[in-house]
Write a protein that binds this ligand. Sequence first.
Ligand SMILES: NC(=O)C1=CN([C@@H]2O[C@H](COP(=O)(O)OP(=O)(O)OC[C@H]3O[C@@H](n4cnc5c(N)ncnc54)[C@H](OP(=O)(O)O)[C@@H]3O)[C@@H](O)[C@H]2O)C=CC1
Ligand SMILES: O=C(O)CCC(=O)C(=O)O
Ligand SMILES: [Mg+2]
Length: 743
Amino acid sequence: MATQKSKIIYTLTDEAPLLATYSLLPIIKKFTAPAGVDVVASDISVAARVLAEFPEYLSDDQKVPNTLAELGALTQHPDTNIIKLPNISASVAQLMACVRELQSRGYKLPDYPEDPKTDADKALKARYGKCIGSSVNPVLREGNSDRRAPKAVKEFARKHPHSMGEWSQASRTHVSHMHHGDFYHGEKSMTLDRARDVKMELLTSSGKTIVLKPKVALQAGEIIDSMFMSKKALLEFYEKELEDAHKTGVMFSLHVKATMMKVSHPIVFGHCVRIFYKEAFAKHAALFEELGVNVNNGMVNLYDKIETLPASKREEILKDLHACHEHRPELAMVDSAKGITNFHSPNDVIVDASMPAMIRIGGKMWGADGRPKDAKAVMPESTFARIYQEMINFCKWHGNFDPRTMGTVPNVGLMAQQAEEYGSHDKTFEVPEAGVANIVDLATGEVLLTQNVEEGDIWRMCQVKDAPIRDWVKLAVTRARNSGMPAVFWLDPYRPHENEVIKKVQVYLKDHDTNGLDIQIMSQVRAMRYTLERVARGLDTISVTGNILRDYLTDLFPIMELGTSAKMLSIVPLMAGGGMYETGAGGSAPKHVKQLVEENHLRWDSLGEFLALAVSLEDMGIKTGNAKAKVLAKTLDEATGKLLDNNQSPSPRTGELDNRGSHFYLTLYWAQALAAQTDDAELKAYFTPVAKALAENEAKIIAELKDVQGKEMDIGGYYLPDPVKTEAVMRPSASFNAVLASM
Ligand SMILES: NC(=O)C1=CN([C@@H]2O[C@H](COP(=O)(O)OP(=O)(O)OC[C@H]3O[C@@H](n4cnc5c(N)ncnc54)[C@H](OP(=O)(O)O)[C@@H]3O)[C@@H](O)[C@H]2O)C=CC1
Ligand SMILES: O=C(O)CCC(=O)C(=O)O
Ligand SMILES: [Mg+2]
């Protein structure tokens, strides 16, 4: 058994990245073994997390360890080296589908109690709640984020530009956000003078005290914020924007981040759906209540619930819903062929990926007729929505970006220890009664931050600890120094939270030698404008941002520059000294699974995995003095470069080279690079015959990989695919398997 020092943990996740792993991981294991590096798989899929949560319902042979908790603990160990692939951040609908699948496979899990009445059901729902939304990344991300396009990838995009839509100056596409009553406008923030335990409590107008969060332990120097979104202001905002879109004939498109903001954004989403279908919801209020309809989980929830009704009642409801469309704007579609709108599920349209996709094609979303159309992109919370409007303004004036010439925008993101809004879901509450919402020192009774709130407002507390900010500033200076690029902190002095952050940044910058570096602080909109003026001139600029903008910008710029964020290098230097290497900056591409199952073609690009593995091996080589690991890293990078040069990344079209074919070419080039290098004679000797065998069998292997395509495939499950069936599908070339087996 390898020690922690020579171990790389490779996560098994969900959907397309999991399928790709069935093909890639066996290859990686064969290549790393001669360097004494053990690559071990660790299952953190949504299915595995559900099973780990409910051992008492399972037979002994069905029980699985809580691998996520184990990995979380390992992030605190200096030798830890994790390669993390994207995983599903499940909506309620996805969780329920996963549970149903597991039940059908003989796992006697309890049903998910959507509308719990008893205490037992409430407890069950809370346990399932741990598996919903973004519940993996915050546990593993015990460091800040360094995401960038590697040079070879950027060069490739310059030489082979992806398609970009036209931006017309007459485009009516725009962003709509709230101008009052949202989290931005009432925010209060402070830096803690000393460590304190606090509680979050509501003193209601009727005289009750409701403790919403009994205890949060805060550290000295930590920044905390108290903010709320007014329900009244939100509803007025939706009404106004729906009216505006209808009157002006522009399509309505709602963009939220219900995965990460798993408590607040489903509520924000649900209000929009209920206002859109106001009349139908009013007419059927009692019935919907009885059925437990909850459109915070999307219209899919309503459609599922009414399934149980007699056909005539169901038809009446559908007719009434339909009638609402008459006086409402056209809705953007997620799948126009299937009639699935933007309101179907809160996780279908996720801000970070959906806004760049829209901007990339010239400011269009898909209409019900399957055509791209101008849209009103509705993002209620104004804090970060404004950056998109700024980019749209720029595109309308200057036209779309040109991947051949545009500069690059790497990101250094404040992420560690559940920083800022993305760590706030356990401190987010829908206010049950009007009153005063206080954050109170438990020991002294001092009220630290106070807000006046009304029934239905969403109140939350955010935290960011001092050490992560210090580490983030250091990472920014290091990246600016190593890249020679100017670095801009995107921080808004008018926003109380960011004003506190600015004070710290100014102090911590002094800890470093910044001589000759160009480091500035600008509010988001100015930072966007400044960065875009440089981007258009081919100049590079590091964005140094908080956690939300880290997420947003690391899809936004890569999608413009590279056509996808899957090609990003995404490093998390763990604060305890280890490393986590994320693969790309995108998600798990659910559409890709469908194509594999229907046509046996997997268009997932594993470039993110190749890049992550190379830095993971390099890091291990440096930290443990394993020279062979360094050689593996260097040759892997050469192989990746060659794969790009030869344009052998997966094609989206069935019948052409797919994920498995690109894995073959990577294997061939990696073996050839190892055979050609002279730094390590043993590796050279080991890989020379492998390279020869792979090259000799190239035509046969590629033919075998191509021949299987075009037919339906069975992988035995979606959330828990059958390992034997999936391996057979993902490793279909007998000739390739034979070469690997001979190693
Ligand atoms: N780090 C993480 O764990 C993350 C997880 N997620 C999760 O992923 C799921 C899907 O999220 P979504 O917002 O749709 O974002 P995705 O990034 O999964 O999908 C957007 C589109 O990007 C393209 N894409 C992404 N990765 C690749 C790749 N490696 N190769 C080729 N194309 C790629 C695909 O385009 P095309 O269809 O044109 O091929 C895909 O449809 C959700 O459950 C979400 O929570 C999201 C972001 C990060
Ligand atoms: O954890 C998630 O839900 C998504 C993460 C994400 O989008 C990102 O880190 O870029
Ligand atoms: Mg993201």
